[in-house]
Design a protein around this ligand. Structure first.
Ligand code: AMP
Length: 706
């Protein structure tokens, strides 16, 4: 704030703060010290003088409102003098007017948190290092508009009028994108800085501020432990799942076990659910869309990978809710891409959607008949994506560096992240050029204390040699996906390449060879999925809506004694689907039945992802085998599973609960599983080069991996 403004303390300043919490409970716990009935304390680099009126707008990281109202600066505290213990400046703000919900929240915090200030004055500054509200925006309103007047242009959230439109969101592993459609035409909504996608990265900086998107991605090199990326691979998975265990070796941040046994992440000293992490990204995307439209976006169609299981889809719904979005529909990414390609064109084509993104690969055959999009077959690999291409290149340049220098790069995460970034940049450049330089200046010092850089030139040919095996694997998956439904490559009318890594010329070449066709240039590899979702969101509001027919990407089955899995709904089953499975009591007087439900294509339950246990109680006590129960599995069009059970004697129907609380030990004992599995989806393909050989959860459980 300038001196000019200091002399006019009556001009209201706007205090807009986003706190690093996903829920109000967390908010209450974390910021109790900064709140009292009378006001709050805010750290500010340049506090406004006492008497300055303030409009207060504190939101959770998800965009949810926490405290909104008005106040006045009661006092300011300056920075510590030299020699004193560190104290950053701040100000106590006395509430003058709070929105009813905010007043309730303050009451609740004060009543339930013993550390909260009880008085009618703002609390004093908390100790350095303790969480504090940090000023993020502190400015007089544009044109010194009278207090209380809403800005006409898009401003902070909450000041826009609610939108009647639903947007389409591609919540990607590497990047996320949002689009809107009107009258059958879809367009991507860019950020104010002109980005059409934002990195799906969430971080806390050194000041405890939450960063999402480009700012989070930008500080990854210096702060890898507090930067969460690639979390899409972890969403909705049990912590002990082999996939999560494999990710623990690859990712720089901490992956921990959540309260329900699910994977969660820990950074900046706190644990977050994966739904919260996704919610941070969704909230950012939502804000980007709201700014671009000048309306508050509250509804969305969100895309997910075709192989996402029930829990993962539920987690995305939850993330939407936390981000203040009603998720109107969840749609599979390849279907959305096909929609972006075919919508309104009256096509009759069989289309192969090849989606190679940052972390995963998906192949789907979609039959497009006018506005009917039917997925015929789908396949993929959750451990194959651009990052594996980067790994190959990193190994190569590090080898060259070691040859030249005679020693390895330092073992610190920051240095390796810089090498990785430079390698990725070169990889992307090699899609357009024949040669690229990988250059990391000041990488480390040698034994004499001299600065050492990494400088390696790479040709496209070298990159292709290094990564040919990875591209081969995608081609194999395509061949298997086609073969699963007896479709020959020659039966395809079109090939759509989506996902950033599909831009690699070798991918084009290999797909040309496989199908004998030039892949389509009609869809944008980064935007097609969001555009398709937006079209769906738009058509859902109209009568001439499209029809999407999807298939189950991975089978659903139940665990049998001995560790086998009985498939109930096999892979590629058309959705929606319903199937009954009958079972009987195995002990005299047994009044409870339990069924472990798995998703995956293996005959061994241990090689599939555990979804949960169906528990049925209150069965009549009869001799074994006399109580028979029909369990019905219903998989909705969005791939969300519900299970109900009917006691065949009494006809009593119960909605069964899919509890994920069984620990691996309990599950293992129940199913008497004999051996260790590999990742559910990765089972179809060998582990990627350089993939960790760490044992997964069953591996640790059973001592060795097959
Ligand atoms: P996505 O998840 O679809 O955003 O894809 C991200 C991945 O695509 C990252 O691994 C990028 O390095 C990679 N990528 C982006 N652009 C290119 C390009 N032009 N050539 C090769 N790979 C690319």
């Amino acid at each position: 704030m300038g001196e000019e403004k200091r002399r006019e303390p009556r001009v209201e300043v706007k205090l807009a703060i986003r706190v690093a919490c996903g829920t109000l409970d967390e908010f209450a716990e974390r910021y109790a010290l900064n709140l009292s009935r009378g006001g709050l304390f805010v750290r500010a680099r340049d506090p406004s003088p006492a008497g300055t009126p303030v409009s207060i707008d504190i939101q959770l990281a998800t965009g949810q409102q926490a405290i909104r109202g008005r106040g006045v600066v009661a006092w300011t505290s300056g920075p510590s003098a030299p020699g004193e213990p560190l104290r950053r400046p701040g100000m106590g703000i006395r509430f003058t007017d709070l929105a009813p919900d905010s007043a309730k929240l303050v009451d609740l915090v004060v009543a339930t948190q013993p550390r909260a200030g009880q008085g009618s004055e703002p609390p004093g500054p908390p100790e350095e290092g303790a969480p504090a509200f940090e000023e993020t925006v502190l400015e007089p309103p544009a044109g010194a508009a009278p207090a209380g007047e809403s800005p006409a242009q898009p401003g902070p959230r909450g000041t826009l009028r609610p939108s009647t439109r639903a947007v389409g969101i591609d919540l990607g592993t590497t990047n996320s994108c949002v689009a809107v459609a009107e009258g059958g035409k879809a367009r991507v909504l860019a950020s104010r800085q002109g980005w059409s996608t934002i990195p799906s990265v969430v971080a806390y900086d050194a000041h405890g501020r939450l960063l999402v998107g480009h700012p989070a991605r930008a500080q990854m090199v210096v702060n890898p432990r507090d930067t969460v990326y690639g979390s899409k691979r972890l969403v909705g998975r049990p912590f002990q799942s082999p996939t999560v265990q494999a990710c623990r070796d690859r990712f720089h941040y901490d992956i921990v076990e959540g309260a329900e046994g699910e994977a969660a992440v820990r950074f900046a000293g706190r644990a977050f659910s994966l739904a919260q992490i996704s919610a941070f990204v969704l909230a950012e995307v939502r804000q980007m869309a709201s700014q671009a439209l000048g309306e508050e976006v509250t509804r969305a169609v969100v895309t997910v990978p075709a192989y996402y299981n029930d829990h993962q889809r539920q987690a995305v719904r939850e993330a939407g809710r936390l981000a203040g979005l009603t998720v109107e529909r969840i749609v599979n990414e390849p279907t959305a891409a096909a929609l972006a390609y075919g919508f309104g064109r009256g096509l009759s084509e069989k289309v192969l959607v090849y989606d190679l993104g940052g972390g995963t690969f998906d192949a789907s055959v979609v039959d497009v008949q006018g506005e009917i999009y039917e997925v015929l077959s789908t396949g993929g690999d959750t451990f194959l994506g651009g990052v594996d291409f980067d790994n190959q290149l990193v190994d190569h340049v590090v080898y060259r560096f070691m040859e030249e220098q005679g020693f390895a790069p330092p073992a610190d995460r920051g240095a390796w992240q810089r090498i990785r970034d430079a390698a990725e940049e070169a990889k992307v450049a090699l899609s357009a050029r024949e040669k690229a330089l990988i250059h990391v200046p000041y990488l480390c010092r040698d034994a004499q204390g001299e600065d050492v850089e990494l400088r390696v030139e790479v040709t496209r040919e070298e990159l292709e040699q290094l990564t040919a095996r990875l591209v081969d694997r995608t081609v194999e998956v395509c061949t298997q996906t086609l073969a699963a439904k007896g479709i020959g490559p020659g039966d395809l009318d079109q090939v759509l390449l989506v996902g950033g890594q599909s831009r690699m010329p070798l991918v084009w070449k290999r797909m040309r060879e496989l199908t004998g066709k030039e892949p389509s240039r009609a869809v944008h590899p980064d935007e097609a999925v969001a555009l398709g979702a937006a079209l769906l969101a738009d058509t859902a509001a109209r009568i001439d809506s499209v029809v999407l027919i999807d298939v189950l990407a991975m089978g659903i089955g139940v665990g049998l004694p001995g560790g086998r899995m009985a498939q109930v709904l096999p892979r590629n089953t058309r959705l929606p689907a319903r199937k009954s499975y009958e079972l009987a009591t195995v002990r005299d007087g047994q009044t409870e039945l339990e069924l472990a439900v798995f998703q995956g294509d293996s005959a061994q339950a241990s090689e599939c992802e555990y979804l949960g246990t169906v528990k049925l109680g209150d069965l009549p006590a009869r001799p074994r085998g006399q109580v028979r129960v029909a369990v019905e599995f219903t998989m909705g069009q969005e791939g969300i599973l519900s299970v109900s059970a009917r006691d065949l004697a009494s006809g009593k129907v119960e909605q069964a609960r899919l509890a994920t609380r069984d620990t691996p030990e309990v599950l293992r004992a129940k199913l008497q599983m004999p051996q260790a599995p590999s990742p559910a989806r990765g089972a179809a393909a060998p582990p990627p080069q350089g993939a960790p050989q760490r044992r997964g959860f069953f591996g640790r459980l059973f001592g060795k991996r097959p």
